[in-house]
Design a protein around this ligand. Structure first.
Ligand SMILES: *Cc1c(COP(=O)(O)O)cnc(C)c1O
Length: 457
């Protein structure tokens, strides 16, 4: 088989620079060894997140110029609504400025104090918004999803048996809705199968509990279904996405992912009562329902972006780059989460650096070494991000110590990926020299963003 090529050529460039190693050491020191505090200009390859960091197509840039900035009922809104309805089949469409705005309004209108909201894995903003209004966000990831090294498909599936017991224990009145996140970001970008979405829906139907899809990576999930699930090989990604949404009563979306845009989101639903309440809250918090916190030009960009995310060639290329990285890591025996997900590669820092105890943050050791070695910015998903303190103020480690390399959409080329692999391999060879860290100052919440680290000697 021939090389899978990027299905685009480059019309506009943005320079990137690799500052010298001495400059990287000094930049990291100035940032108190926390890569969140680095200047972006000091990062040559920035893999901090795939959210809002993608490149737009010439069609999207052209659409931007057509933005109708009318306050109410703009042409751009009509295009946005048509595009979202074509994919989701939902009656009511509401634009929001980001995914978390859709989640916040959803939680505010649907979740009461003490309610339980099941999900395969709640994304951190989803969990925070549910907990903020007194809800209890419960993760019910299937068993195979817990095993980092098995190569099974659809490790993002929901555990149906545990969902059933949760409903029986809690009672239907305590569960206003159930969620499924596609793909499962928190669990390594693993996809959810159509069979699982269908089975969840049919279980919920028996109890009259609605299903809401967190659809940020709906197009990547549709691609996995086409490639891996029986019966979908001849379907278009649009048809598969439509089927996924057909089992849902509502969906939230961060268009910074599969909207191929730098900002945006939406909430969609079938239920008229939910729509009325959402509309009222949207006007209060985001804006008039035909722009919802976005400019007309953003709505134009998104109407095009949602459809481009469903182009088969684009998804083939995106998954090929991620698989290319996964195959290399496998060949070199570098520990990572398997199979590789839809938007990122996750290195297993605990296996990578077994000499560093978890509470000396092996993930931070790896993140910082990737930066010093090659100017690559990645992110720790381990005891700094997810660790917590018990009643006696003792720090409890996270079950996993991962380092995520998230890939912005349509941004980096094959040679960038080859460079990343060279850097990772060098770091792997030097792994015994990497040291742990301790935290010297931290805030009360979401400490990973702003805490200061000191390297242990
Ligand atoms: C990014 C993301 C969100 C939140 O969206 P924002 O646009 O960042 O507010 C919610 N759920 C998932 C799965 C996400 O990846």
């Amino acid at each position: 088989m021939r090389t899978i090529i990027e299905p685009f050529r480059i019309k506009m460039t943005e320079p990137i620079h690799l500052i010298s190693k001495a400059e990287r050491l000094s930049a990291l020191k100035k940032a108190h060894n926390n890569v969140f505090l680095l200047d972006a200009d000091d990062c040559c390859i920035d893999l901090l997140t795939d959210s809002g960091t993608g490149a737009m197509s010439s069609q999207q840039w052209a659409a931007l110029m057509l933005g109708d900035e009318s306050y109410a009922g703009s042409r751009s809104w009509k295009k946005f609504e048509r595009s979202v309805q074509e994919i989701t089949g939902m009656k009511h469409v509401f634009p929001t400025h980001q995914g978390r705005a859709a989640e916040a309004l959803m939680a505010q209108i649907l979740v009461k104090d003490g309610d339980v909201i099941p999900n395969n894995s709640h994304f951190d903003t989803t969990r925070a918004n549910i907990e903020f209004v007194g809800g209890n966000a419960v993760n019910l990831l299937c068993e195979k999803g817990m095993d980092l090294t098995s190569n099974e498909s659809f490790k993002g599936d929901m555990d149906i048996t545990r969902l059933k017991s949760l409903i029986e224990e809690t009672g239907v009145e305590g569960i206003p809705f159930c969620m499924i996140t596609v793909t499962n970001n928190t669990g390594g970008g693993q996809p959810v199968s159509m069979a699982n979405i269908k089975a969840v829906k049919s279980l919920l139907q028996g109890y009259d509990i609605p299903l809401i899809i967190d659809s940020c990576r709906f197009a990547e999930n549709a691609y996995f279904i086409r490639e891996l699930e029986d019966g979908y090989a001849d379907k278009s990604l649009l048809e598969i996405a439509r089927e996924m949404f057909s089992y849902a009563d509502a969906a939230t979306m961060s268009a910074k992912k599969d909207g191929l845009a730098n900002i945006g989101g939406f909430f969609v639903c079938q239920n008229d009562d939910w729509a009325n309440e959402f509309r009222n809250m949207l006007i209060l918090r985001e804006g008039f329902p035909t722009y919802g916190g976005l400019a007309g030009r953003d709505l134009e960009i998104l109407a095009v972006g949602f459809m481009e995310a469903l182009e088969y060639d684009y998804q083939v290329y995106r998954h090929a780059t991620i698989k290319y990285m996964g195959d290399f890591l496998e060949k070199k025996g570098i520990p990572h989460v398997k199979p590789v997900g839809g938007h990122a590669v996750f290195l297993d820092a605990r296996e990578f650096l077994p000499h560093i105890p978890q509470l000396n943050y092996p993930g931070i050791g790896l993140v910082n070494t990737l930066y010093i070695e090659g100017g690559i910015r990645s992110v720790e998903l381990g005891s700094v991000m997810f660790g917590h303190f018990d009643a006696n103020d003792r720090e409890i480690a996270s079950p996993l110590e991962l380092v995520r390399l998230a890939f912005p959409r349509r941004v980096y080329t094959q040679s960038h990926f080859d460079y990343m692999l060279e850097v990772i391999e060098t770091v792997w060879q030097k792994r015994s020299e990497i040291r742990g860290y301790r935290i010297t100052s931290q805030p009360d919440f979401l400490r990973h963003f702003t805490c200061y680290f000191e390297e242990l000697v």
